[in-house]
Unconditional design. Structure first.
Length: 151
């Protein structure tokens, strides 16, 4: 249910924007459905929401400590969504910690959940890249290949 999007029991949130026509959104959904560990962790440890970017619905969004009335298009603007899927990992106040445009493989998704639970992002700035540098270091430390793709 995406009518009210907010942390349940003071959990961090995961908001995923996808579409029914994007093969990468389909692949992400299939990865989640195919991994009982990923399903369990998302359900037990986070408040999670999947929004169809092509449907402009009304929502009550908990964002940076308060609920606000928004529609899907406004949320797309708030989070700067330019591709689907896009995964947004927030703190328990609804503030975006990590915004990941594009598909994320299941093993990387699990390590990102670990990173969020670890709190290694706290006190770091997302907008100047500190959070992403900490995430990259966390990935490397935990065996996720972060080599840049050839141009």
């Amino acid at each position: 249910d995406t009518a009210k999007i907010g942390p349940v029991d003071d959990k961090q949130m995961i908001i995923i924007f996808g579409t029914n026509t994007d093969p990468y959104s389909d692949r992400l959904k299939a990865d989640i459905q195919g991994s009982t560990e990923l399903q369990k962790r998302i359900k037990d440890e986070f408040s999670s929401y999947y929004l169809k970017a092509h449907e402009n619905l009304r929502h009550k969004l908990y964002h940076e400590g308060e609920y606000m009335d928004v529609d899907t298009k406004t949320m797309i603007s708030i989070y700067g969504i330019e591709a689907t899927p896009t995964l947004i990992f927030t703190d328990s106040n609804g503030k975006a910690v990590i915004v990941v445009p594009g598909y994320m493989p299941a093993n990387q998704f699990l390590k990102t959940l670990d990173f969020m639970k670890s709190g290694e992002w706290k006190g770091k700035d997302r907008k100047n890249g500190e959070v992403y540098e900490a995430l990259k270091a966390f990935y490397i430390k935990n065996g996720i290949d972060v080599k840049s793709k050839a141009k």
